[in-house]
Design a protein around this ligand. Sequence first.
Ligand code: PEP
Ligand code: MG
Length: 575
Amino acid sequence: MSFILHGLGVSGGIAIGRALLMSHATLEVSHLTIAPRMVDKEIDRFERAIAAVKAELATMKEATEHAPAELAAFIDLHAMFLDDPELVDVPKQLIRERRCNAEWALVQQMEHLVEQFEQFDDTYLKERKFDVVQVVERVVKELMGHPGRNLLRTAKGVKEENLVVVAHDLSPADVIAFKEHRFAAFITDVGGATSHTAILARSMAIPASVGLENARAVIRDGEQLIIDGTRGVVIVNPDIRILEEYQLRKNQLELERSKLKRLKSAKSQTIDGTEVQLQANIELPGDVPESLELGAEGIGLFRTEFLFLGRGDMPDEDEQFEAYRKVVKGMAGRPVTIRTFDLGGDKAIDENRTQTNPALGRRAIRLSLAEPKMFQTQLRAILRASKYGPVKLLIPMLAHAHEIDQTLAALEQAKSSLRGEKVSFDEKIEVGGMIEIPAAALAVGMFMRRLDFLSIGTNDLIQYTLAIDRMDEQVASLYDPLHPAVLMLIAHTIASAEKIDVPVSVCGELAGDPELTRLLLGMGLRIFSMHPTQILEVKSRVLKTDLTEVAPAVRKMLRLDEPAKLREALDKLNA
Ligand code: PEP
Ligand code: MG
């Protein structure tokens, strides 16, 4: 049965592959013995979980009113299982007779039912076992409070590059693990366009679509999928005609990409001769060869926190030093901008710790300043690496002058301890600040007085300016880089820095969007940092841009505050 799901395209390109569902790790439940007096309570807990999942399915059904009929059919089928005595009464007997926990009783009965379904000759009936598993998974999640982190299991028999990961949600830590794999694409039920999960997909140039809502529930392991990561569309079990059409588009896209490779050694400058630096954003030392291969003139943002996500402990100074040194040596004399940990927000150190509002909480520099030992360790490791090539230090999420002052004092302390140990480092290491909070953009003067350079983090700047959670698919359509307020803040930051010759770059996702290259150039931006995979496309725009025409057009454009007019002006600029 073929059907289409619509989500948010977050990483362009076309992928064709087989579905690999994130493992049912939630179904690996523990077996607990309960006290006789707790039996009724346990049964009650089980009944409440069933009722909650029924209600959840009913809501889902309402929400899919205009969706394909097949989707509603899936939901009906799942709801039907929840009325089946085999699935709801037998586990209750098990709880009573064996005095076991509800999760375990349910999974026991599920396994029994799956075995029965497997005995059917009829393929349709045989496949219903997947529905039983999915519905049980929902109930177990409900029983356990919240879904645990699923781990990828390896699929047997299919090459990784032909697999599409299908998940309810993926944390940045999950996706960073993909760097060691070569999946064709991934799709998730939740997520926004500039969540770190999406950013990682773009950095790996693997097509991805997020915010699909029910993908994990309606797609089965091994089904054929087409992912159009630009439009956010997922076609499940496509017919041969559609498959051929997409295969053709996929080949065309690959051809275009390979043609761009010719630009690798071309000097990055506009038609009128203005030089533009194109640098790379990286997450791991292993990203360096690709960055060089695609012509990066430096590292504009090394998101150090990704080195250590998902491992549960903090790396010591030597381990960090080795990682930083590897990048610095790998870039062979080109500048490397190392950002101190931007932990917290969607890059949680401790996934069990909840914050009321992580994006506004103790994140990034706030966390580093609150954990002086952790911060000293990182600063010392970065300073030690600065001996091996030009290193710049970048501080995320600054808003207050006193945060900058405290950071500089911490740096001084790290320097002085190294001096005491006679360890050499670059005494003149430059320190820059991310401009990613509207307050920082508006009061940029106090940053420029204290720091050597600025780097605009448009991902967070947009999130905080528009009050749009960058991870939330429900407000993703409101995440608008062309909002007049966003453009004003970016333009103001660039113009202020230009006036007093403070170097300024953009390292948020906007820098890698070729549709916005001319706009940013026209605002005066000369340093762009982006995923290496975007560099050549952006370079091709730079090479075709005449600033004598673009700069006055952008000045005019910035006087507009009607979104439709801004969009029209941008189209004209790009024509
Ligand atoms: C940004 O916010 O634009 C940025 C570059 O930092 P991150 O995406 O890591 O938050
Ligand atoms: Mg940021």
